[in-house]
Ligand binder design. Structure first.
Ligand code: DGT
Ligand code: CA
Ligand code: ZN
Length: 574
């Protein structure tokens, strides 16, 4: 049984419990465990067989027993029982965006909605609005959600870069350690740091290609594979990611790496421009059409040079004007991870973080940052201890105490303040004024019109105490579309008022997107690269924020947190 199958069964059970009215944390336990299992690089069925399923994060004894039953009998007894109560088609209904299990159950009990078809009919016939507490808006959302069911992101098999990248690097390491390996590189969308990836592309040269292809299959990360041959092999990882290993002759390694790094759009444009110059480009080399003379390039630099371009960083290879810029020597000097001197969005145990203020601060300092802001959620955020104004005042004092006697690193007292439906913030102005740094974000009431959402965010931008807007569009890659918002109006206002815009480096978000980030900088707005870390490990997500910035053509000058704190402070609007 694959990790994906086990995860799907637990997800389903979670939904069934939710339909049955279970408390939220119980439901959450199932979806959290399912996610960990789906993303586990090792086979959870193997772990379970060895009695070690509880090693998977979020899997306790109860869950481990359910997994054992599932593997043994193909079913979880609790799920069988609940399926007798609720038709399986109702589970699909709960998955419609903007609905949820609670409403699905009411629709089932009060309107007899048991299938997606029933749901569409009920919405079209305007029967949902008659139920207490549900209105026309819900009907609209249901119809929109039904439209979106077939859209990319769900069921398209693309995975987050944060899932693909560590596997790609581990597999490359495995291949490099084999004596037959010569060069091994990760290519494709993983190398370009795209948001999501269809598969992992690996490129290698080797003395004995078949032996190297076979060695890939020895990795514990690989679950299944085709037949390894002299040109490579295709395989599948334990967590369902496809891997494509291609092995070639070393003389043309640059041509091959360039070709398989892509993107397809970049390559198509590159080839068209080459044809106009009498050159034919392929993964096997560059041919001068008239003479038939072939140039083999051992490096990518040589490929671009032969074609008359400056070297183009993989993150820029999307066919968005990079070839013209490379020809004219106008490529941007891209911001890099080393340029980043601070992180301005992080959470602690005061709200929903896993680590204390001290632990987060130490971790930030250990990374070599010059400053870091603690920005716990604000009073209206719906879980854990609410951070009251009083508590936040104390927090400011705690940060001050922590900073005492420290040199070369400054902890900043901040907040990630919810933007209310009317654009107002949670705290009084004098408290916001006492903070070093205020990020304002939308966390509630997504389902308003684009016009309302834009006005709401513009109100926050006009607020003199708001330094930065967090994760502007609220998108969750593959799970939640960005909400409707007029990004052009927002970036214009941000530039005009000096309000910074965050690129959130949580790999599920990467929000601003690369498109919006480029738009923002072109409009004159300033960007901040943040992790939104909820624990010390996720401070590592800065790499994804940097990657989005690079894919948006940003230089260090466009990014505020490449400055020292003294200069940064001067760039603030207040
Ligand atoms: P994805 O969808 O996340 O896997 O994105 P890529 O870019 O990794 O795409 P993939 O794996 O289909 O192919 C890897 C590279 O191979 C791609 O970036 C460029 C090259 N390639 C693939 N198909 C074509 C094509 O039809 N024309 C050209 N010129 N290059 C291609
Ligand atoms: Ca690929
Ligand atoms: Zn947030």
């Amino acid at each position: 049984m694959t990790n994906a199958e086990i995860a799907a069964a637990l997800d389903e059970l979670g939904v069934l419990y939710e339909l049955d009215g279970a408390v939220k944390y119980r439901v959450l336990a199932y979806s959290t465990a399912a996610k960990a299992i789906r993303e586990s690089p090792v086979s959870v069925a193997d772990l379970a067989a060895a009695g070690r399923a509880t090693e998977v994060p979020g899997v306790g004894k109860t869950l481990a027993e359910k997994i054992d039953a599932l593997i043994e009998t193909g079913e979880i007894p609790a799920a069988v029982k609940l399926k007798a109560k609720y038709p399986p088609s109702l589970i699909e209904v709960t998955r419609v965006q903007g609905l949820g299990a609670k409403t699905a159950r009411r629709l089932f009990e009060e309107l007899g909605v048991a299938t997606l078809d029933d749901l569409r009919k009920a919405a079209e016939e305007q029967r949902i609005r008659d139920l207490k507490g549900l209105g026309e808006k819900v009907e609209e959302n249901v119809l929109a959600g039904l439209e979106r069911l077939g859209e990319p992101g769900e069921g398209t098999g693309r995975v987050l870069l944060s899932m693909a990248r560590p596997i790609a690097e581990e597999l490359a390491r495995t291949l490099r350690e084999h004596p037959a390996a010569d060069r091994v590189e990760v290519a494709g969308s993983v190398r370009r740091w795209a948001d999501t990836c269809k598969d992992i592309d690996l490129i290698a040269t080797a003395e004995e290609p078949r032996a190297l292809a076979e060695h890939l299959l020895a990795s514990p990360l690989i679950a299944a594979a085709g037949k390894p041959g002299p040109n490579g092999v295709r395989a599948q990882t334990q967590n369902g990611v496809s891997v494509d290993l291609r092995i070639v002759a070393p003389e043309a390694f640059g041509n091959l790496l360039q070709h398989f790094t892509g993107s397809a759009a970049h390559n198509v444009q590159l080839r068209e421009e080459a044809v106009a110059r009498g050159l034919s480009v392929s993964e096997h080399g560059i041919t001068e059409v008239e003479s038939g003379e072939v140039t083999l390039c051992p490096t990518e630099e040589a490929v671009y040079e032969r074609l008359g371009y400056a070297y183009i960083e993989p993150e820029l290879r999307e066919g968005r004007g990079e070839l013209k810029a490379a020809r004219e020597g106008k490529l941007p000097d891209l911001v890099s991870l080393d340029d980043v001197r601070g992180d301005l969005h992080s959470h602690t145990t005061l709200s929903d973080g896993r680590n204390t203020l001290e632990e987060m601060a130490e971790a930030g300092r250990d990374r070599g940052y010059a400053y870091m802001a603690i920005t716990d959620h604000s009073a209206s955020h719906g879980f854990g201890d609410h951070v009251t104004a009083e508590r936040l005042c104390e927090r400011v004092a705690e940060v001050e105490v922590w900073n005492e006697g420290k040199r070369g690193f400054r902890l900043l007292a901040g907040s990630e303040v919810n933007i209310g439906l009317d654009g107002a913030l949670d705290y009084p102005d004098d408290l916001l004024d006492a903070l070093d740094w205020v990020v304002a974000s939308i966390h509630t009431s997504f389902a308003i019109s684009e016009k309302e959402m834009t006005a709401r965010v513009l109100t926050a931008i006009e607020n003199p105490y708001v330094d930065c807007i967090g994760h502007l569009t609220g998108r969750l890659l593959g799970r939640r579309e960005p909400y409707g918002i007029d990004v052009e109006a927002v970036v214009e206002a941000a530039a005009r008022t000096g309000t910074m815009l965050e690129i959130n480096g949580n790999p599920n978000r990467r929000d601003l997107s690369e498109h919006h980030a480029r738009l923002a900088v072109e409009a004159g707005a300033t960007i901040v690269l943040n992790t939104d870390a909820h624990g010390v490990e996720t401070l590592n997500n800065m790499a994804y924020a940097v990657a989005t910035a690079r894919r948006a053509w940003l230089t260090a000058k466009d990014v505020a947190n490449t400055k020292s704190w003294r200069e940064f402070k001067q760039a603030l609007k207040r």
